[in-house]
Structures are given as structure tokens and as C-alpha cells.
Design a protein around this ligand. Structure first.
Ligand code: NDP
Length: 518
């Protein structure tokens, strides 16, 4: 077996989350905030680390095919790293098109012989069982997710894992009620579905995809992202623990080309992809003309719009949550702050005060708000886009927080004086970087919010209910949150317009995507 070399340590400027240009010095925080943050102040937090021992990470993992752990045809492995320490966590099988072929054969057999023959209420029992096991093993999943992805344990514990379990619970309820999901028709499963997921919410994206697929009677071949395979491989153990029939779920790790091999295989009737718009386009091109069903959940550049009548402190919290949740590595992140000009100065001042209190660092510490960036490649993307913002004339501000010496960390970053033409206003940064744009009228806010190639999500902050309805109806975004942001629920559909993709995940609409002719 051969293995890949560890990535090189990034340059110091990138590692510290600092832009490379001298014009970008951090502005001191407000004195009252600075004093509150001083180590000797009553507000200093003692470390509250979660135990790493809860994650029983094995040194090496194979592929999960036909209910068994298999060695990859290549005999090769890749290493998955802890982004917070840059240390290796485990060796993971490097699958190939040959392995995809074996997994698809297993899924096709399981669909034909077992899963499609099973009474729907029996399928539901498996989903309930999976949900319960996820709940029982939630701490193990949360710790594994945080070690592999860099996200704060507070978020994996309180968001990713409970929501993943809730998705299986919700879709278990649909499994024996499919005729009510599509009234007047006889809904049928597609057969084998191929699913490719990203690294920002590894377990949650798995749940979004596998739960409705199984409830609708399909079998699955799923490829996790190469930098975050561990919770998907732990989920393979859950499938075995739940006695799920072999071949119903197959999880194969490997490079992007293997994802394409899954998507283009003629036996795969439906493809679901979450990731970058560029890869989404490649997949759509690769399967065009083959009659496959396809859902694409791609990037975003959401506007979080704050009107002058909004409750400002609540709006500040919503903007903070909108961009710094999961280090901003969120497709629906509120990465463009649109703030009404009359309150812009006051709002930005409050935002800076709040940003100065964010705790950036060890994702395993329960106090941490902003964890590690998932990979060195993503750090470099963020660094490059931030440098472009400075070069194009936007004004950068970062709090004076101290980052750990090791690991891929980036300081929470705020840009003001941003023009709509700047790259930081147009491109998905996928990091803790907020670009501020002002507006004067409601129409201008709507026009600027829609001035993007994407259309995944948006936020509106105002006291006026009528304004919420007026603005939401004109925003070209699949999800619009009002006086909140980043709220997810298994019963609620999620998906985009334009370059954010098409199709919906979650809710009844998410079930339809896995039913033929729904
Ligand atoms: P990708 O789109 O490359 O990765 C997402 C998934 O697709 C991974 O499992 C990846 O595998 C797989 N993949 C890669 N290439 C192919 C291919 N040719 N055919 C089929 N599957 C493929 O995203 P990146 O990881 O490169 O991130 C780049 C940017 O994409 C980010 O900076 C962010 O802007 C955006 N992004 C958006 C996400 C979203 O939720 N909408 C999620 C992730 C990224 P592998 O990991 O092995 O390469």
C-alpha cells in the first residue's frame, strides 16, 4: 500500500489568517471589549476540552460494499488529517472506478432482491433504528466529526449530529406513506442512486441524502469528500449495527474521478450532488441525455439584509451566525451583509464589538465559536480572495484574537467599502469573511441582493412583517430567513436557483426527488 505525503505547512501569513498586504492592519477593538477580554478579567474562560477518547478512530479504513469492509482495488490509501493540529488521523481506502462498479453491482442487487421487496413499514423500522443509533452514539459522532473537519464541537454536538438523526427519524415517517406523498399516483423508487457529498457538513449531508433515498425504496452508493471521510465510515458501522440488508447502503472513499464514475454509470438512475458549482456543471454535462434524475446543491453568495428598523443587537447575532457558523464554510452562509446606509456606521461598530468576542481556536474546546478551516487548499482559497478584496480597495478589519500556532485557522474578517464588482462580493469564499455593502431603499436592497450568479439563501432583518413578505417574494433565493439565519429542519425543503443548483432536499419535496415520476 502506498500513502500520500502530508500537505506542506502553509506560509505564515496564510496560517495566521492575515492578508499579505501592509494596508490591512487590525483595528483595535473598543476599549470596553478589550478589557472584558483581558485574561485577568472575570470574562476569561477556562478551557473546556471534549475528550478525544470518545472517538474510536481506527488506524485504517476500507470501503463499505455489500455490507462488508473491502480493500480497494488499487491497494492504495489516502490520509485524512485533523485540520486543527495538521496531524494524521487515519488511512482511508483510495477507491477507483473499479470499486464504484462493485458498489453499484451490490446496490443494484440489493434493490432488486431485498429493499424493493420489503414492506414499506419494514423499511421504516430500519430508518428509525439508524436514527436511534445515531442518537445513542452521538458523542462519538460529534467528536469524530470535529476531529476530521475542524468544526467546533459545540456545532457538531448541537447541530450536525442531532439534525442528522432527525432526518432519519423524519423520513422514517414517510417510508410507509408514499401514496400520500404523491396523491393519485403509484410512486416508485428510482433504483440505485449515486450520491457525492462535500466536506463542510460530512454527516449531515450524508443524512440529507441517504434518509430520503432509503425511505423512497432506493439503494445507495455514496462518496464522501476526501478530506472528511470518517463519519461516513462510522455510519457504515451503524448500518451493520442496524442489520440493514447488505448492499442497501454502500460507502466508498476515493478521489473526484470516482464520484464521476458513480454518476455516469448506466445502472445509477438518480444522482445527487452537493459541492462546488464547477463540479456540479461537470456532473450535469457527464450525465446529460441519459435520462437520469439529478439534484444539484451548489454554491451561494447570500445577502443578509438589515433594514434600519431592525432590532440591531439581534440582527448582529444573526449576521454573526450567518457568516461565522462552521467558519463560514457553508453554502448558504450570509456572506454579503447588506445594511441600510442610515444605520451602517452604528451597525458595523456593534458588529466589530461582537466579532472581537468570538473565540477562535481549538475546535474540541466547548467554548470555541470558530474552529479550523477544513484543508490547506481551502485556507489558500480564502487567503487569495481576501488579498483580492484588499487589492481592489475594500477596507479590511479583523479582531485582535490570537490564533493557535499549529492548524489551519483564519481570523474572522470583515470588509467594508465593498463594491458589487469586487471578487469578494461576487465569488463564494467559503470562509469566515463578510463583505459589507450599503443600500438606501427597499428596491435597492432587493436589486443588490439579487445581483449574484447564485440564489441559494437570503436573510431579512426588519420589525415590519409586511416588509418581510414584500422583500422575500422578490428575492431570487431558494430559502429566505426572516429575523433569523441558518435555521435547518428536516421538514423544510432546501435548495437553490441559478448557479446554486436545482432540486430540493428536505421535507416532502426532498422525498419527491427520490421517487420516479413524483
Ligand atoms: P468539490 O465540488 O470539488 O467537492 C465536493 C465533492 O465532489 C467531493 O466529494 C469531491 O471529491 C467530489 N468531486 C470532486 N471532483 C469531482 C468530479 N469531477 N466528479 C464528481 N465528484 C467530484 O468542492 P471542493 O472541495 O473543491 O471545494 C471548492 C469550493 O467549492 C469551495 O471553496 C466552495 O466554494 C465550494 N463548495 C461548496 C459546497 C456546498 O455545500 N455547496 C461544499 C464544498 C465546496 P474529493 O473530495 O475527493 O475531491
Amino acid at each position: 500500500m502506498s500513502s500520500e505525503q502530508p500537505p506542506k505547512r502553509p506560509e505564515r501569513a496564510a496560517r495566521r489568517g492575515a492578508p499579505s498586504t501592509p494596508t490591512a492592519a487590525a483595528t483595535p477593538v473598543a476599549p470596553h471589549v478589550a478589557s472584558a477580554l483581558a485574561a485577568s478579567s472575570p470574562w476569561a474562560y477556562a478551557p473546556a476540552p471534549e475528550s478525544k477518547e470518545l472517538a474510536l478512530i481506527r488506524p485504517r479504513y476500507g470501503l463499505f460494499i455489500d455490507g462488508q469492509e473491502r480493500a480497494p482495488a488499487s491497494g492504495e490509501v489516502v490520509i485524512t488529517y485533523n485540520p486543527a493540529t495538521e496531524e494524521p488521523l487515519a488511512e482511508v481506502a483510495k477507491g477507483s472506478a473499479e470499486d464504484a462498479d462493485r458498489a453499484i453491482s451490490a446496490a443494484e442487487r440489493a434493490h432488486r432482491k431485498t429493499w424493493s421487496k420489503l414492506a414499506p413499514r419494514e423499511r421504516a423500522k430500519f430508518l428509525y433504528r439508524i436514527s436511534r443509533i445515531l442518537q445513542e452514539r452521538s458523542r462519538e459522532f460529534a467528536v469524530t466529526e470535529t476531529l476530521d473537519s475542524g468544526k467546533p464541537i459545540r456545532e457538531s454536538r448541537d447541530v450536525d449530529v442531532p439534525l442528522a438523526a432527525a432526518h432519519f427519524w423524519y423520513y422514517a415517517g414517510w417510508a410507509d406513506k408514499l401514496e400520500y406523498a404523491v396523491p393519485g399516483r403509484r410512486p416508485e423508487s428510482h433504483g440505485v442512486v449515486g450520491q457525492v457529498i462535500p466536506w463542510n457538513f460530512p454527516l449531515l449531508m450524508l443524512a440529507w441524502k441517504i434518509a430520503p433515498a432509503l425511505a423512497a425504496g432506493n439503494t445507495v452508493v455514496l462518496k464522501p469528500a476526501s478530506t472528511t471521510p470518517l463519519t461516513a465510515l462510522l455510519f457504515a458501522e451503524v448500518c451493520r449495527q442496524a442489520d440493514l440488508p447488505p448492499g442497501v447502503v454502500n460507502i466508498i472513499t476515493g478521489p473526484g474521478e470516482m464520484g464521476m464514475a458513480i454518476a455516469t454509470d448506466p445502472r445509477v438512475a438518480k444522482v445527487a450532488f452537493t459541492g462546488s458549482t464547477s463540479v456540479g456543471i461537470k456532473i450535469a454535462q457527464g450525465i446529460a441525455g441519459h435520462g437520469k434524475a439529478l439534484t444539484l446543491e451548489l454554491g451561494g453568495k447570500a445577502a443578509n439584509i438589515v433594514f434600519d428598523d431592525a432590532a440591531l443587537d439581534q440582527a448582529v447575532e444573526g449576521v454573526i451566525n450567518g457568516i461565522f457558523f462552521n467558519q463560514g464554510e457553508v453554502c448558504c452562509a450570509g456572506s454579503r451583509l447588506l445594511v441600510q446606509e442610515s444605520i451602517a456606521e452604528e451597525f458595523v461598530a456593534r458588529l466589530k464589538d461582537r466579532m472581537a468576542t468570538l473565540r477562535v481556536g481549538d475546535p474540541m474546546d466547548k467554548n470555541t465559536d470558530v474552529g479550523a478551516i477544513n484543508s490547506l487548499a481551502q485556507m489558500e482559497t480564502i487567503g487569495e480572495l481576501v488579498a483580492s478584496g484588499v487589492a481592489e480597495g475594500a477596507e479590511l478589519w479583523q479582531p485582535g484574537c490570537v490564533l493557535p500556532d499549529r492548524g489551519w485557522f483564519y481570523k474572522p474578517t470583515l470588509f467594508t467599502n465593498v463594491a458589487q464588482s469586487h471578487r469578494i462580493a461576487r465569488e463564494e469564499i467559503f470562509g469566515p469573511v463578510l463583505s459589507t455593502i450599503t443600500f438606501r431603499t427597499v428596491d435597492e436592497a432587493i436589486e443588490k441582493a439579487n445581483n449574484t450568479a447564485y440564489g441559494l439563501s437570503a436573510g431579512i432583518w426588519t420589525e415590519k412583517g409586511s416588509r418581510i413578505l414584500q422583500v422575500a417574494a422578490q428575492l431570487k433565493a431558494g430559502v429566505v430567513w426572516a429575523n433569523t439565519f441558518n435555521r435547518f429542519d428536516p421538514t423544510s425543503p432546501f435548495g437553490g436557483y441559478k448557479e446554486s443548483g436545482y432540486g430540493r432536499e428536505g421535507g416532502l419535496q426532498g422525498l419527491h426527488a427520490y421517487l420516479r415520476g413524483a
